[in-house]
Design a protein around this ligand. Structure first.
Ligand code: CIZ
Ligand code: SF4
Length: 319
């Protein structure tokens, strides 16, 4: 604890000295979330992290999250220096959608509008017409459908399936999934719901369809926060990364938040749903990269300009 306090002081000082601001995703360690907020930065989902980084005057952005979030920040602010605690923090959706195969898939379906999830590489974004995050995917696909577009969707098949069911859009799907949300289990969730009949169920749409079907509210991390705040219930079962519990609990004192079960017996599985890549972010590395300038995110400028088109469309749509 003394060491953590010292590291936090060091980071506060370095952020000031280096004209830097920190943005953290809801899934990273609570220390990194609290520090970002305390120092004038932001804790949020990938959509708001991107917007905040773009609009902030600081010349250096420290992005605590995973690789695609750092890349998106760099694409939107090529003149800024973007640092990440660990450049190896990736995402199974990004890994499962290599650009060569994805490009070939797009080439084979030229009649479709290409909509990709934020959890992708800069190169995949550069091949897309639209970028979406889970907080705006439904609205954007719905608007495209109304204009008569047929969609090519990548990479998350669960999120894509959810949007297809909700909008009725014609969607051709890439087969990726999130290793964290893919693990939530409907059978075990039903058992936990029986034990807690008054609990409302909040589910991220990267989860399997049979889990989504049990939800009282389905949505992005921001939508889950909003639902937890607005719903009358005092008890909630939450199917998303356990990093989310910190904000849910601090913003809703008095309400009880239970983690949705991932496998087997819910009583023995306290915190199975945590992204191993989000977990790579730590205080020591934030201090180190601020001090040394290590772990700078680079995106090829020409690629970045192309990738910016679908990102800007999304930001304008959601402004
Ligand atoms: O699962 C993720 O990585 C999420 C929810 C990203 C985001 O959109 O904030
Ligand atoms: Fe990717 Fe899932 Fe981790 Fe989010 S939680 S970064 S979608 S692997």
């Amino acid at each position: 604890p003394a060491e953590r306090a010292a590291l936090k002081d060091k980071i506060r000082r370095l952020l000031r000295e280096k004209n830097a601001v920190m943005v953290s995703h809801y899934y990273v360690h609570p220390d990194l979330q609290d520090l970002a907020e305390e120092t004038g930065g932001l804790v949020s989902d990938s959509l708001e992290m991107a917007r905040f980084g773009r609009d902030h005057t600081a010349q250096t952005l420290v992005v605590s999250g995973v690789r695609f979030m750092g890349e998106t920040a760099k694409i939107l602010s090529p003149e800024k220096r973007v640092l990440m605690p660990d450049l190896d923090a990736t995402c199974s959706l990004d890994l499962g959608c290599p650009v060569d195969e994805f490009s070939a898939f797009c080439d084979a379906h030229p009649d479709r509008t290409v909509v990709v999830y934020a959890n992708t590489s800069a190169a995949v974004k550069a091949r897309a017409d639209w970028l979406v995050t889970s907080s705006c995917a439904l609205e954007i696909v719905s608007a495209l459908k109304d204009k008569g577009h047929k969609i090519l969707w990548a990479p998350d098949r669960h999120l894509g399936g959810y949007i297809q069911r909700e909008t009725g859009a014609d969607m051709l799907m890439w087969g990726g999934s999130c290793i964290v949300h893919d693990e939530f289990k409907a059978f075990e969730l039903k058992a936990l719901m029986k034990e807690h009949p008054a609990a409302r169920v909040l589910v991220h749409p990267e989860s399997p369809a049979d889990v989504v079907a049990l939800a009282d509210a389905v949505g992005s991390t921001s939508a889950i926060l909003k639902a937890a705040h607005e719903m009358e219930a005092q008890e909630f079962i939450v199917a998303t990364d356990s990093g989310m519990m910190h904000k849910l609990r601090t913003l809703n004192p008095g309400k009880l938040f239970l983690e949705a079960p991932t496998a087997g017996n819910s009583a023995t599985c306290k915190s199975c749903a945590h992204c191993p890549w989000m977990a790579m972010n730590c205080l020591a590395d934030v201090a180190r990269v601020l001090e040394t300038g290590a772990n700078e995110v680079h995106v090829d400028p020409a690629l970045g300009l192309r990738a910016r088109i679908p990102i800007d469309r999304m930001l304008a749509f959601t402004a």
